[in-house]
Design a protein around this ligand. Structure first.
Ligand code: NDP
Length: 203
């Protein structure tokens, strides 16, 4: 495969917590705007990005906001059924029962939807993130800290990440990767949370 495959995820540091009871434990408006811009933006105006997610993450998006617009939405489920409707397929959602198949299709020049895809963003949740590190070229992690005490039940696998990826300490590498001229400031405070966008690249 030749397209970048990028996990994009917001984590509570230092434990890489990402969710609780099927939901995000926080609501960060600017961070959601960043997610939307980065996953939508392409260098080539004729191309789109793909967003790949697990069924539970798909269902955590309010129905009126899914499929995520201007991106090819691919939803993973081992047993697609009632939630996978023809109405959604008409709106451009594709379901797949195998993450490897879905990713190789996106990189297969013979697949009709391949040629128009620039980057593949893996957007969650825990099960999907933790089973795809070996397939990913980069991680875009929003590293969050807070004094609030959050109960969390879903985490990224910290030791896998540290084994496979190195954290880019230099902001410039992150900036170049997201082509983020508009993100001049990268130490953000929103309510009780502080966060920073960080690029992790393969060792
Ligand atoms: P996921 O969103 O990862 O979905 C899991 C489901 O995906 C499985 O039940 C299965 O569906 C399907 N699936 C998983 N692996 C495969 C595979 N290899 N092939 C085919 N289908 C597969 O659920 P999680 O519970 O792990 O994560 C959800 C949590 O993550 C929530 O709390 C959410 O808020 C959080 N989250 C956090 C993000 C962040 O940036 N902080 C981003 C995204 C989510 P089925 O059961 O139908 O077979």
């Amino acid at each position: 495969g030749s397209k970048p495959i990028v996990q994009i995820v917001a984590c509570l540091m230092p434990d890489f917590g990402i969710g609780n009871k099927g939901m995000l434990p926080w609501r960060l408006k600017k961070e959601m705007k960043y997610f939307k811009e980065i996953t939508t933006k392409t260098e080539n105006p004729d191309k789109k990005n793909a967003v790949l997610m697990g069924r539970k993450t798909w269902l955590s998006i309010p129905p009126k906001f899914r499929p995520l617009p201007d991106r090819l939405n691919i939803v993973l489920s081992r047993s697609s059924s009632d939630w996978d409707t023809s109405e959604l397929q008409e709106k451009g959602m594709i379901s797949s029962n195998n993450v490897h198949t879905a990713l190789s299709k996106l990189n297969d020049p013979n697949e009709s939807y391949n040629t128009d895809i620039e980057r593949i963003y893996i957007i969650g949740g825990g099960e999907i993130y933790n089973s795809t590190y070996n397939l990913c070229t980069h991680l875009l992690i929003t590293e969050i800290t807070t004094d609030l005490n959050h109960e969390m039940d879903t985490f990224l696998n910290k030791s896998d990440i540290n084994m496979i990826f190195e954290r880019c300490e230099d902001d410039q590498e992150w900036k170049d990767f997201v082509k983020a001229s508009e993100y001049s400031e990268n130490n953000i405070t929103e309510g009780d949370y502080k966060y920073k966008y960080v690029l992790y690249k393969r060792k």
